[in-house]
Design a protein around this ligand. Sequence first.
Ligand code: GTP
Ligand code: MN
Ligand code: MN
Ligand code: MN
Ligand code: MN
Ligand code: MN
Length: 203
Amino acid sequence: AQYEHYGRVGDIKEDFDIISYEDSKGELYSSFKHASHAMLFARNDTVLWDLYKSRAAIMMQMRFDGLLGFPGGLVDPGENPLDGVNRELEEEIGLDLCKHKLQNSDQVVSFVNKSKNLVLHFYGKEVTVNDFSEIEMKTLSAPDYGNETLGMIRPPLYTMGDGYRGLPAFLSNSYAGNSRQELLIGLQHFKILEQDEIEKTRR
Ligand code: GTP
Ligand code: MN
Ligand code: MN
Ligand code: MN
Ligand code: MN
Ligand code: MN
């Protein structure tokens, strides 16, 4: 519930409600489509141009449809949401599952969109700066690179002097599902930004 307001862009509430992971497994949602996406990130203390705290490298992507989002995708028949996110990360970013497989404890938040019959699960996992770079390099040879996935990007997490460039400008892009909300939740959940820094980015 504390995250609910991140779904608001201007005064328009996006059509996603937060549900517990336990509830999402219930009978009511068994006929819904489920999808799982993940935020891989590495904390990074460097200061850019003696001015802006870098804070973290976060992996997002430009998708085939021109929208930004996290790597991940639809949970296939016979899979649970965790199996689904691990398979999709292998397909979309070439993640080495021997080293970086996500666990159930990496689940951060889940959402339901009742009008779209859709349940969305969001995972997050911290890796080292070196592992992040290695993972990022490998994305260029991932099976789905060049068709589903058009490039990994790191969101800027600082706000520049004009109050717009940086994270606020990044947040003004178009996003798949509620990945914009997920980014803000991830920043809060993993304490990558302070609460007041996140609030300031609200339009
Ligand atoms: P195919 O393999 O081509 O079927 O695609 P996919 O399985 O990778 O599915 P996709 O990643 O497009 O995600 C499926 C659903 O989740 C769609 O309804 C998207 O709008 C939504 N979606 C896509 N990216 C994200 C994201 O980062 N977060 C959330 N919450 N939803 C997303
Ligand atoms: Mn330059
Ligand atoms: Mn996919
Ligand atoms: Mn996908
Ligand atoms: Mn898929
Ligand atoms: Mn696919």
